[in-house]
Design a protein around this ligand. Structure first.
Ligand code: FAD
Length: 378
């Protein structure tokens, strides 16, 4: 059966090809309304009456980057896998792969995974695939984890601070990024809620080219810098690239199903301290407690960056991401559970209550932006 998205794509391809053949240029007037893959760029309808929810979450951030390391404590092997900031969905398979490689060095095949966010679930699944008997212990399960709050753009952004970057961490980061980039491609499709999508990063000045996408162009296909007449958005400069978009609600549910399907067990339990963790019967413990690792494993370098997202009703015809630079930037990810409008990064704010002033700012900025956008249907 032809889906609405493939129909739109078919409708969109013809004008683009005509435009390109007559001018040979990507900057022709009609192609500015289409992504390089030929999808029309339709306007997002942002208004208060279309808002369906506002949520907040705490990114588990370390300036030095995330921790993947093993240690021997008493008769247990503890493997840490936490602190992925604003890129935990992106890095999940890769970081968990590094963690499970450490676990594989033990003589055991039975382990406890602490945490049932994206890191716990991907660690658990990779170990099950290697024949391990895995029990997940967690205070909260999906949909009540930080991983469920994530936007889900595949891009390891806000994962570390440049000033604190070490060569050792950079190697770990790149290994996790590359593994994840490849692994997510195995599960593209509606079953896991993963798809490819065009991204437009917009700015008033030409963007610097020492950013993440230009540092790793092989993981950002169709990377292209566009001038003011080459896109329909009301900011002059745009960097275009494709990424995957992962819908956390679909992805995490599917991982839970896969985990149970492979014989895994989940026990809801909150650990008060490290001594309590050591009472577990399993000889290997994978620590995927996210921000919880701060207290549980005394990592004072870990702290939250609060993010707030407002969702408006989904629009199936909107199939691209926008990210705007500026003093207070914003972003828009079109998901099946709503169009996500974001743009807050509050360092060391532990308060999970959404701030109405931030909701207002995001809605006002996004509505002004999309109202000024050129839409091919007017
Ligand atoms: C607004 C926002 C937008 C984001 N957008 C993106 C994005 O577009 N792309 C991207 O890649 N990432 C994004 N992220 C980042 C991503 O959400 C996180 O990096 C990721 O969810 C971290 O996963 P985790 O499994 O380590 O932690 P969590 O999802 O927090 O899971 C931790 C688990 O440990 C359990 N736990 C903690 N303490 C204890 C304890 N004491 N006892 C028992 N269990 C415990 C919790 O209950 C939970 O089950 C975003 C985050 C936010 C907040």
């Amino acid at each position: 059966m032809t889906s609405r998205r493939s129909l739109l794509k078919a409708m969109a391809i013809l004008p683009v090809m005509n435009a390109c053949s007559s001018t040979g240029s990507a900057s022709s007037s009609s192609s500015i309304n289409y992504t390089p893959s030929g999808l029309p760029l339709r306007r997002v309808n942002v208004s208060d009456s279309r808002v369906i929810r506002t949520v907040s979450g705490l990114r588990p951030f370390r300036r030095e980057g995330f921790v993947v390391k093993g240690e021997r404590i008493g008769d247990k092997t503890v493997v840490h896998n936490y602190g992925h900031g604003g890129g935990g969905i992106t890095l999940s398979w890769g970081s968990s792969h590094l963690a499970t490689e450490i676990a594989q060095q033990t003589a055991h095949k039975k382990c406890a995974v602490l945490g049932c966010g994206v890191m716990g679930l991907t660690s658990a699944r990779l170990l099950q695939d290697q024949g391990w008997d895995v029990t997940i212990y967690a205070k909260a399960l999906p949909p009540y984890t930080t991983s469920n709050i994530a936007g889900g753009q595949w891009s390891p952004a806000s994962v570390y601070e440049d000033a604190s970057l070490t060569p050792e961490f950079q190697r770990q980061f790149e290994a996790a990024m590359r593994f994840s980039y490849r692994y997510f491609q195995n599960i593209v499709g509606p079953k896991y809620g993963v798809r490819w999508i065009s991204n437009y990063q917009l700015s008033n000045e030409p963007r610097p080219t020492d950013d993440l996408v230009h540092s790793y162009p092989s993981m950002y296909p169709q990377l292209n810098i566009l001038g003011p007449s080459e896109h329909p958005f009301p900011m002059p400069f745009a960097t275009h690239y494709d990424t995957m978009l992962i819908e956390p609600a679909i992805f995490l549910n599917r991982l839970m199903e896969d985990f149970y399907g492979a014989g895994g067990e989940i026990k809801v339990r909150e650990f008060q301290d490290f001594d309590e963790v050591l009472t577990l019967e399993e000889p290997v413990i994978i620590n995927c407690t996210g921000l919880g690792a701060r207290d549980l494993f005394s990592d004072q370098l870990l702290f939250p960056i609060k993010g707030q997202l407002t969702f408006v009703l989904p629009q199936e015809e909107v199939d691209y991401i926008t990210i705007t630079d500026g003093a207070v930037g914003t972003y828009m990810f079109p998901r099946s559970d709503g169009i996500l409008l974001g743009g807050t990064f509050e360092y060391n704010n532990w308060d999970l209550t959404p701030d109405p002033a931030e909701t207002r700012r995001i809605l006002d900025q996004q509505s002004a932006f999309f109202n000024a956008m050129k839409d091919p249907w007017g």
